[in-house]
Design a protein around this ligand. Structure first.
Ligand SMILES: Cc1cc2nc3c(=O)[nH]c(=O)nc-3n(C[C@H](O)[C@H](O)[C@H](O)COP(=O)(O)OP(=O)(O)OC[C@H]3O[C@@H](n4cnc5c(N)ncnc54)[C@H](O)[C@@H]3O)c2cc1C
Length: 342
């Protein structure tokens, strides 16, 4: 680990002011940025330890109380401060009532000890767990020429969206698919002002000019995650398949948020995790279901369609039936129908 200076931010504004004071924070590509925010530190510290990040200044967000906590607006919208820990989200009554799918996703993430430290902002910005990226090789994402997983060990890698991404590592967050299913947005502050973007736009495949899995600029701060009011009667289900029951990232996951009206699907979001470089919204499968009375047979068709464009590599074809089964079970579960023989 390289030497670094540590400074604390008393508020969001203070954090941005301290970032602005760092030499050449602006315009530097994200992984190499000399100044970085640190929240729970559960990803950034291991990255620094393994020389995958080398900031010379850490701006500690933990004292910034304006970045912490859940606010419920009169219309039912939720704003979750970026520094809110996964444990605090898990225990929050407003989240439990308005966005229970997020609580299901949080409970599937990491361990109780990690959830007590990890924050929602840091969870979205965590780096991929790809073993080539985390290991010694200078893979494409680390500035090299080759994504070694394509011809190498692809067991945990993407089966969807691999044509449009030079890197086939999957996004590791459990919260991200649930947040995309909730149409959540990320509130961002920086020297160019404040704005909000859908979580789906924040989490984008890396490009040659931006070898990082998100579009946040190095001089920007996530201040909150905003969840709009959900359609009447909407129910959500998050299902995750893992190699072990705990402390394990998703091999595949499915987040489904669904509302029925007069027995027909009136609102549906199907988002897959662990199978693409980003949370993967299965728009074609959603189209199949909208306006239809939901049946187990239709849920099976939707699951087929959700994976229709998948192209597995040598070691990850197992993800296809796994993800299909999760989608089917989550769709039926969100509609309160029992899944048979998934
Ligand atoms: C053993 C282990 C198992 C895990 N299992 C899972 C799992 O099953 N599911 C899952 O979803 N996650 C899992 N995780 C990941 C864990 O959830 C993340 O490490 C954590 O959520 C990151 O949050 P943090 O607050 O610690 O972020 P930090 O490590 O502090 O920061 C991560 C990144 O976000 C940036 N950042 C943080 N906050 C902000 C902000 N407000 N604005 C701008 N930039 C910011 C930092 O600069 C850094 O680049 C696991 C982690 C470990 C170590």
């Amino acid at each position: 680990m390289n030497d670094f200076e540590h400074t604390s931010a008393a508020s969001a504004a203070d954090a941005l002011a301290k970032l602005g004071g760092a030499p050449s924070a602006l315009g530097t590509s994200y992984p190499a940025a000399p100044a970085r925010f640190i929240a729970g530190g559960t990803d950034l510290i291991p990255l620094m330890h393994d020389h995958l990040a080398a900031p010379t200044r850490l701006i500690d967000l933990k004292p910034a109380h304006d970045l912490r906590g859940v606010r419920l607006a009169a219309d039912g919208a939720l704003a979750i401060g970026a520094l809110t820990t996964l444990t605090d989200i898990e225990r929050d009554p407003a989240v439990a009532e308005r966005a229970p799918i997020l609580i299901e996703a949080v409970r599937e993430a990491a361990t109780p000890q990690l959830r007590a430290m990890a924050t929602i902002g840091g969870n979205l910005l965590q780096r991929t767990r790809c073993w080539y990226f985390r290991g010694e090789t200078r893979c494409w994402l680390k500035g090299g020429d080759t994504c070694y997983a394509r011809a190498g060990r692809s067991d945990h890698h993407a089966i969807l969206g691999t044509d449009s991404s030079p890197c086939i590592a999957v996004h590791p967050s459990d919260l991200a698919p649930a947040l995309v299913a909730l149409d959540a947005r990320v509130a961002i502050s920086g020297p160019r002002g404040t704005h909000a973007v859908p979580v789906a736009d924040l989490l984008q495949p890396p490009t040659a000019d931006r070898r990082v899995e998100h579009t946040l600029a190095p001089d920007e701060l996530i201040t909150a995650i905003e969840i709009p009011p959900q359609p009447a009667g909407a129910r959500g289900v998050y299902l995750k398949a893992m190699e072990r029951a705990a402390w394990s990232f998703a091999l595949a996951s499915a987040a489904v948020q669904l509302a029925l009206r007069d027995g027909r699907v009136d609102h549906i979001r199907i988002v897959l995790g662990g199978v693409a470089p980003t949370p993967w919204r299965a728009v074609d499968a959603e189209r199949l279901l909208i306006g239809q009375p939901l049946t187990p047979a239709l849920a099976t068709q939707a699951a087929e369609r959700a994976l229709a464009s998948a192209s597995p590599f040598d070691h990850n074809a197992y993800k296809l039936p796994l993800a299909r089964a999760l989608v089917r079970r989550a769709v039926l579960g969100a509609s309160a129908m029992e899944s048979e023989g998934a």
